[in-house]
Design a protein around this ligand. Structure first.
Ligand SMILES: [Zn+2]
Length: 462
């Protein structure tokens, strides 16, 4: 029987759901990095047979969303089906899997376990919440349902865009949102990749959307990043639709970055579930550190990806700036009235990290009213020489990772996730950040002081 050439091709795109992505990339963008599966079937004795896999291909980042599968096959007409799975070596998105969750909760026989105490129950639960039982869905983005099938040659399916009202799973609300999440997280991963080999995400990131834990009441359930299995859970239930919040998406992936670049941290997830959340004043500084870093990291990533400041509420108009808070603001807004409270609060850490990364500190005052430190009107004093110990974004990231040359032989650990430990690491790792800088930072953060950066970082020119 004559064998002939078949080529099936198309492009996979997403219509952006997040305003930030529309503003930055336009209404649609090509997708890349995940598996595309092409299947065909032919008519046997007048009946369409079962789907046969022709090939799985990965769309390359440079291919503008284009995929292509070529085969030498018989000339008989065929119908085609194209599916995608949001899964690669670096990122995977899992769907709802409600039946699995029900099975897990049944298997745990909660009523028995509850007598052993809530913490044990949740610990047991988390052991079962490994990634292993989850599956990434196959989304059908094209299928020939009618007609006599296609003829051999080049078949171009054109643009297959995840968008509202599109056919098959292209128009499915969850599949569309997963496609957008894939695009967003791919951009974040590329950003860190671009900073250098040391800063990239080190292990595959797993995301579960939509997530609704049947063991938790809808009102108290919250999206979170699990340090046990490095998985982001994006909650959607009768009360919350966390997907609508790009700030949550970016905050959670920054948690994952911190987990992947610090010593293995157990206990964060159960703490979150038991105590409702990990926000506000904490007894353990490392909890506040993780929260503060994830929040600050999201602000950094947001500015780098979208070229503007994030806002306080998702659709808000009040910018989150990159400067530290004034002392009066730490006291009035967050109730942080002493230095030892600052590193026990997530927004205390946001302020710490902004203080470490603000250039030309000597031009600012930390005193007076208003949210952020303000520029002083004082003219530069030529008789003084002043330090500028500001850390770059990558300097802050470097504080997490092994750096034998600088004496920080191990990854950042919980025992260093406090102001003293973190600054000690900065002195060890960052050349321009010396003991004078450390003293200055401690003084400027202290809500009980009224020192100015100029007093702490300048000295007479000799
Ligand atoms: Zn968080």
């Amino acid at each position: 029987m004559a064998q002939v050439g078949w080529t099936l091709r198309g492009r996979v795109l997403v219509e952006h759901l997040f305003q930030e992505l529309t503003d930055t990339y336009g209404a649609t963008s090509p997708l890349a990095g995940f598996r595309v599966r092409v299947q065909a079937r032919q008519r046997v004795a007048g009946v369409w047979g079962s789907w046969k896999k022709w090939d799985d291909v990965i769309i390359n980042e440079d291919d503008a969303g284009a995929f292509q599968v070529s085969k030498i096959k018989s000339h008989h007409n065929r119908r085609f089906r194209v599916q995608v799975q949001f899964k690669s070596a670096d990122l995977v998105i899992f769907g709802a899997h409600r039946t699995l969750l029900r099975q897990v909760s049944r298997a745990l026989r909660l009523r028995t376990l509850r007598s052993l105490g809530a913490e044990l129950v949740l610990d047991q639960l988390l052991q079962h919440f490994t990634r292993l039982p989850y599956q990434a869905d196959w989304h059908t983005i094209h299928v020939d349902r009618t007609g006599n099938g296609r003829r051999a040659g080049v078949i171009d399916l054109g643009d297959l865009t995840f968008e509202a009202n599109a056919p098959n799973d292209l128009g499915d609300r969850v599949a569309h949102r997963q496609a957008e999440l894939w695009f967003l997280y791919s951009r974040v991963m590329a950003l860190f990749e671009g900073l250098g080999q040391d800063y990239r995400f080190k292990k595959k990131i797993a995301v579960k959307y939509p997530h609704n834990n049947p063991l938790l009441g809808d009102r108290i359930e919250a999206s979170y990043a699990n340090p046990e299995n490095h998985m982001v859970y994006i909650v959607e239930n009768s009360v919350w639709d966390d997907y609508a919040r790009i700030d949550y998406m970016l905050h959670e992936i920054m948690h994952i970055w911190a987990y992947q670049h610090s010593r293995r941290e157990k206990g964060m997830a159960w703490q979150l579930i038991i105590h409702g959340d990990t926000h506000g004043l904490q007894n353990r500084t490392w909890v506040a550190f993780h929260e503060g870093f994830a929040e600050w990291g999201y602000h950094q990533v947001y500015r780098r990806l979208f070229g503007r400041n994030p806002t306080i509420a998702a659709a808000g108009t009040t910018d989150i700036q990159s400067r530290p808070f004034k002392r009066s603001d730490l006291i009035s807004r967050y109730g942080l009235s002493s230095l030892e409270q600052v590193d026990r609060h997530e927004w205390g850490w946001v302020s710490i990290l902004n203080l470490l990364t603000t250039p030309d500190l000597v031009n600012y005052t930390f005193n007076g009213n208003g949210r952020y430190i303000a520029r002083t009107r004082a003219r530069p004093n030529r008789a003084l020489v002043c330090d500028d110990p500001a850390l770059a974004f990558t300097d802050v990231l470097r504080l997490f990772i092994t750096n034998r040359r600088s004496g920080a032989a191990r990854q950042l650990g919980r025992s260093e996730m406090n102001l003293a430990g973190f600054l000690q690491r900065a002195v060890a790792v960052v050349p321009q950040f010396d003991r004078t800088a450390r003293t200055a930072v401690l003084s400027l953060l202290d809500p009980a002081q009224n020192t100015m950066p100029r007093d702490l970082l300048c000295r007479p020119r000799r």
